[in-house]
Design a protein around this ligand. Structure first.
Ligand SMILES: Nc1ncnc2c1ncn2[C@@H]1O[C@H](COP(=O)(O)OP(=O)(O)OP(=O)(O)O)[C@@H](O)[C@H]1O
Ligand SMILES: [Mg+2]
Length: 337
């Protein structure tokens, strides 16, 4: 957690002042702005009847970062972000968002955050432009909604009715709506689910642009590549618990299991000699594929031992661990299982 008082950041300020911190210095005047927590969650618990959906969830989100919640279906990601936004009550714990309590100050909070919900709806007949304009008219200092139409690739659909949009277009409209009030913190729950690969990449770039302008982004996802590419910090959730929080590279370094030598060879090849190579931890077969995890320095020695023993492994390569491996290591199963 951030140090006591770190979340007491005062007035939101303009984007420019948020970036250089002139109107928004922490009391010490020394702590860099990036270290100020905008969200603090401590020991959050929520049950739905018998089901414990959140079990002592704790993490903090720094101002201006992209913070990811990654986990399989039913892990509690949506429940967590909706409790944090004041959209669902919770049983126990402490939550502060931009120094507000979402349980008692939800109305104030709504003016300062943006949310794209996993499940949303609009009236069938409302047009894209109308919806954005209407949301903008409810905000004190909205951004130019026409720019959001362009940014999120909805120009051609500006006059289209909501019911006629494709799933991906609806999704982009909901993200655009979450940004109309120029929020300090935006929550994106499965932003890219249903988007085609090109639209996903555009969405990633737009999220990076948001961060560049000083907006804090909380991103719920179960796409490893998205989490790895976008997130500054990541909380991995499973069965209502946060099982690890770190940077993506920190998670991979701590829990990824190190570099592996990987190659293919005939199934009946005797590879027993590899177990005697210094630094080798295991020799794992999957069909014709052989994976040799170890201390990282073992890779060159494995290659030399294969040559010395006359094993033909011409697709020999080194694989870096990924978040997928982290997940496997921490939970004993993959994210999609
Ligand atoms: N309104 C509800 N009433 C009862 N149980 C619920 C409710 N909402 C969620 N749950 C249960 O709480 C658990 C966590 O659900 P949640 O929607 O937070 O998961 P998630 O991590 O967002 O999953 P997904 O990746 O599928 O969106 C699940 O077991 C779910 O069935
Ligand atoms: Mg969800």
């Amino acid at each position: 957690m951030a140090p006591d008082g770190a979340a007491h950041s005062g007035a939101p300020g303009t984007i420019a002042t948020r970036l250089n911190g002139t109107d928004d210095k922490p009391d010490s005047g020394e702590r860099p702005l990036a270290d100020v927590a905008v969200i603090e969650v401590a020991d959050l618990r929520k049950s739905y009847g018998e089901l414990v959906a959140l079990d002592d969830v704790s993490f903090s989100v720094r101002r201006g970062e992209i913070f990811g919640l990654l986990g399989p279906n039913g892990a509690g990601k949506t429940t967590a972000v909706e409790c944090i936004q004041g959209l669902r009550p919770f049983d126990e714990g402490r939550v502060r968002v931009v120094d507000l309590d979402p349980q008692t100050q939800a109305d104030e909070l709504r003016l300062r955050i943006g949310c794209q919900l996993q499940q949303s709806a609009l009236p069938d007949n409302i047009r894209v432009g109308e919806a954005l304009q209407m949301f903008a008219s409810l905000c004190e200092a909205p951004v130019d909604w026409r720019r959001l139409v362009t940014d999120w690739g909805l120009e051609e659909k500006r006059d289209a009715r909501f019911h006629s949009l494709s799933g991906g277009q609806k999704q982009r409209l909901f993200v655009a709506l979450a940004l109309v009030n120029d929020p300090e913190v935006v929550f994106l729950d499965e932003m890219t689910t249903g988007l085609d690969p090109a639209a996903r990449r555009v969405a990633w770039q737009l999220v990076e642009d948001l961060r560049a302008r000083g907006t804090t982004v909380v991103l719920v996802t179960h796409f490893m590549d998205e989490a790895e590419r976008l997130c500054d910090h990541l909380a991995i959730m499973e069965r209502g618990r946060v099982i690890a929080v770190d940077t993506p590279s920190g998670l991979v370094a701590r829990h990824g299991g190190g570099r592996r030598a990987v190659f293919s060879c005939e199934r009946d090849t005797d590879l027993g000699f590899l177990r005697d190579v210094a630094g080798v931890r295991d020799v794992l077969w999957t069909g014709r594929r052989v994976e040799v995890p170890g201390d990282g320095r073992h890779v060159a020695r494995v290659a030399a031992a294969l040559v010395a023993n006359g094993v033909n492994a011409d697709d020999f390569r080194v694989e870096q661990p990924s978040l997928e491996d982290v997940f496997l290591q921490l939970t004993g199963h993959g994210l999609e299982e």
